[in-house]
Design a protein around this ligand. Structure first.
Ligand SMILES: [Zn+2]
Ligand SMILES: [Zn+2]
Length: 194
C-alpha cells in the first residue's frame, strides 16, 4: 500500500468495452492491474459489449486480481445481466419508471448496486432505493452544481467515488474527491482492500 493510492475505484473500462469509442487500445486489464492506482479496484465494462462472452470477461478480470463488475445501460439489459454472476453492478438509471423498478431487481440479487453518474443521466435520486450506492464520478461530476444535485441526499445514501476511466490517464478522482470534500461525504468502501 502506498500513500498515493486511492482508496477505491470500481468504475473502470477496458478494451472489452469494444463499442465505446472513448476507450483506447492501450486501456487493457493488464495495464490497469499494473498501475495499482487504488487499493480496491474493479473493472466495469459495458454489459451490452460483453454479454455474449461474459464468462471469458469474468475470468480475465479475476486472473488480474481485480473485482468483477459491469455497467448496465437501462432496464432492458437487466434480465440478462442477472444471469451473469459478478461482484457488483453499476447501473445507468434513466428517468423512467422501468429503470427505477430495475434497481429493485438488481438489489434483490444481493450484490452491491451502484447508480452511475446520476447527474449526467437526469436520474431522480428521490426515486432511487436507499440501499443503492450513489456514484461521485470523476468524468461527469464537474458538469453539474454538485451541491444542489447531491446535497439534499448526503444523509440518505452511501456514496462511492469512481474514475470512470476509459484511457490510462483517466485513472484519477481529483474532481470527484473535491466534490466529496465540499459535500462532506465520506466514501463507502464496498470491498476489503486487495
Ligand atoms: Zn456510464
Ligand atoms: Zn462507465
Amino acid at each position: 500500500m502506498s500513500a498515493s493510492q486511492l482508496a477505491q475505484d470500481l468504475h473502470i473500462h477496458t478494451t472489452w468495452s469494444h463499442a465505446d469509442s472513448s476507450v483506447v487500445p492501450e486501456q487493457t486489464i493488464e495495464l490497469i492491474a499494473a498501475a495499482e492506482h487504488a487499493r480496491i479496484r474493479g473493472i466495469s465494462d459495458h454489459f451490452e459489449h460483453i454479454a455474449d462472452r461474459f464468462d471469458a470477461y469474468r475470468r480475465a478480470v479475476s486472473a488480474a486480481g481485480l473485482r468483477v463488475g459491469t455497467e448496465i445501460d437501462g432496464h432492458r439489459s437487466v434480465p440478462a445481466a442477472l444471469d451473469c454472476p459478478c461482484d457488483y453492478r453499476i447501473f445507468h438509471c434513466y428517468d423512467q419508471g422501468a429503470d427505477y423498478r430495475a434497481l429493485e431487481s438488481l438489489l434483490a440479487d444481493d450484490i452491491p448496486v451502484i447508480v452511475a453518474h446520476p447527474n449526467a443521466l437526469d436520474t431522480d435520486l428521490e426515486r432511487v432505493p436507499n440501499e443503492c450506492l450513489i456514484e461521485l464520478n470523476n468524468r461527469y461530476i464537474w458538469r453539474c452544481d454538485w451541491m444542489a444535485f447531491y446535497g439534499p441526499y448526503r444523509n440518505r445514501f452511501r456514496f462511492v467515488i469512481s474514475s470512470d476511466a476509459h484511457q490510462p490517464n483517466w485513472l484519477g478522482q481529483s474532481i470527484a474527491r473535491l466534490a466529496a470534500r465540499e459535500l462532506g461525504i465520506e466514501e463507502t468502501l464496498v470491498f476489503e482492500p486487495d
